[in-house]
Write a protein that binds this ligand. Sequence first.
Ligand SMILES: [Mn+2]
Length: 416
Amino acid sequence: MKTDYYAKRRKRLADEMADMSFYFVYSGEALESSLDETFLFEPYRNFIYLTGLESEKTLLLITKVKGKVIERLFMHIPSEKERRWLGLAFDEEVIKEKTGINNILPLEDFEDVISRLMFNNDIRYMYIDEVRWRMSYPLKKEGLLANELLKTYPYLSCHNAFNILARMRRVKDDLEIAAHRKACEITEKAVKKMLLNMKPGMKEYEIEAYYDFVLKSEGVKAPAFTTIAASGKNACIMHYMDNNTLAQDGDLILFDLGARYEYYCADVSRTYPVNGHYTKRQRDLYNVVLKGLDAAESLSKVGQLKHDLQFISKKVMAEELKKLGKIKELSEIDKYYFHGSGHYIGLDTHDVGDEEDVVLETNTMFTLEPGLYFDDEAIGIRIEDTILVTKDGPEILSEGIPKKIEDIESFMAKGE
Ligand SMILES: [Mn+2]
């Protein structure tokens, strides 16, 4: 049962908590976009990881007192008006069943529960859970609450549990792997739809629309990240997202995209010929990148230093470019290859858990994405796969998305 996975994750967290402590995490709220509109609500990923719940304005509190662990959810109970206008539902039994948490309380009760907890017990540690990408970002609910609690209980010792969760999230359980597979399957279906409909003279966004259509049809509310559809020289701009240029006959087009399923992200890049056929030159350069990717993928095994995989791709690509006469010295590859290759993937596209000197473990998932960018030839090529490390070696979850030149050309020849 799904619920068991969430319960197990919470237990692992509680096991890492010191005795006489409490932990809390907030689900978040939809952010204002303009006037009365809000952005799509994105639950805080550690919250959804521990509960499976997508509800806004919800706090999970885990207390550990004399070894006894109690879990509580504090939820915003929708008013009549909210039920009418937003259809916000609140069914305690459904929430209990979904999360495996039996104590469901109104959000306003959080203060009372903490007051009693602090008064009745010698609580020493407070764990908050706050993701902090930049020091300058405003404090989130967890940080604000922690500041308030520290003013009231200055003898509490406060810790951020974010990295405990990050290490947990690095190794995926079966529920997560299944969701990832699904995200990759949808991505595959969507890319194939695009390939069968792409023609010279279409705008990049027209091509992208075929991909979006499949995502929507599969119930994907939002992709894992903004799609890059970059034809010709646009492919040499790393984060080109305008996608409004005419894709010309003879151009290559670079896609970097991924569907999201139950918040699990796929991340795949492919570089295809707009007209269905690579020129000799495009073919040669494409195969340089593909060889770079293959070399790193074949070494994606348990115990491999993850950070080193990018250098393996780079070395192979440099040798191949030298063979083609594009460079004379191997070091000249830096002119054409200048980004890192690969990141963990999970509830976030660039997922957590990427510490120094970390080696690949069974059930870790990551991407490899070598690329070469030739401004002088208006050619940018990146090929990226989503990879699962199994005990028997790498499993490429995006393998079904055409990647070899002969497969691409024969697939595109089918047309729709
Ligand atoms: Mn990526």
